[in-house]
Ligand binder design. Structure first.
Ligand code: AMP
Length: 213
């Protein structure tokens, strides 16, 4: 089963995506993670992407479409969960033709939504481990020792684009470019919408229901 998760920044696509992928044995393809790793490695794509990411803007379509095709085609035998791609209608159209070419399809398309006030609280408190990538939250799921990862002892940091000034831009970009995906996908088979506000475990239960339903 191939799954697509989409929704605003901070809605929990990454956190829930990791859990869903584990539960259903899927490859978790998170475009933000792929880009951040290119930035860390200092590749030409990473250097190009960084300016856009730091400003809360979308990285150009030709860059992300190429990257996602490599990921999807890379291990065609294994089902996948897409998180963070597509982020506009042009990317969704590219994805459709890519999947046609590869003779693959999306079985579940889930739109996750939550009130903007909650998204802001989640994003501004987010902390990530530099070593293992595990996510914490200053208030909702704080680490046992401030600044240190519970799992590997790595250093926790705040994403450059989780600063308040950049978050406003990301939410604006979402409204203008990504939210129109709702109209694009709502008429496709396998589409579902869930309320992603509230506790992490409750949201996961709602997701599992629509995914297995
Ligand atoms: P995320 O981790 O999903 O919040 O993504 C972080 C940043 O990576 C975004 O704010 C964009 O700058 C960039 N990015 C991630 N996915 C895409 C995409 N599909 N298209 C363009 N830019 C993207």
């Amino acid at each position: 089963m191939n799954i697509l998760l989409f929704g605003p920044p901070g809605v929990g696509k990454g956190t829930q995506g990791v859990r869903l992928a584990k539960t259903y044995g899927l490859r978790h393809l998170a475009m933000g993670d792929v880009l951040r790793s290119a930035v860390r490695d200092g590749t030409p794509i990473g250097k190009k992407a960084k300016t856009f990411m730091d400003a809360g803007e979308l990285v150009p379509d030709e860059v992300v479409v190429g990257l996602i095709e490599e990921c999807i085609a890379g291990d065609r035998g294994k089902d996948f969960l897409l998180d963070g791609f597509p982020r506009n209608v042009a990317q969704a159209e590219s994805l459709d033709s890519m999947l046609d070419r590869l003779q693959l399809k999306l079985d579940r398309i889930v739109f996750m939504d939550a009130p903007e006030e909650e998204l802001l609280k989640r994003l501004t408190g987010r902390l990530i481990c530099r070593a293992c990538g595990f996510g914490f939250h200053r208030h909702y799921s704080p680490p046992q020792k401030s600044g240190i990862c519970d799992h590997c002892g790595g250093e926790l940091y705040q994403r450059e684009d989780d600063r308040e000034e950049v978050i406003a831009d990301r939410l604006r970009v979402y409204q203008q470019q990504t939210r129109p995906l709702l109209a694009y996908y709502a008429r496709q088979p396998g589409f579902a919408e869930i309320d992603a506000s509230g506790a992490m475990d409750e949201v996961f239960e709602r997701l599992k229901q629509v995914v297995s339903g």
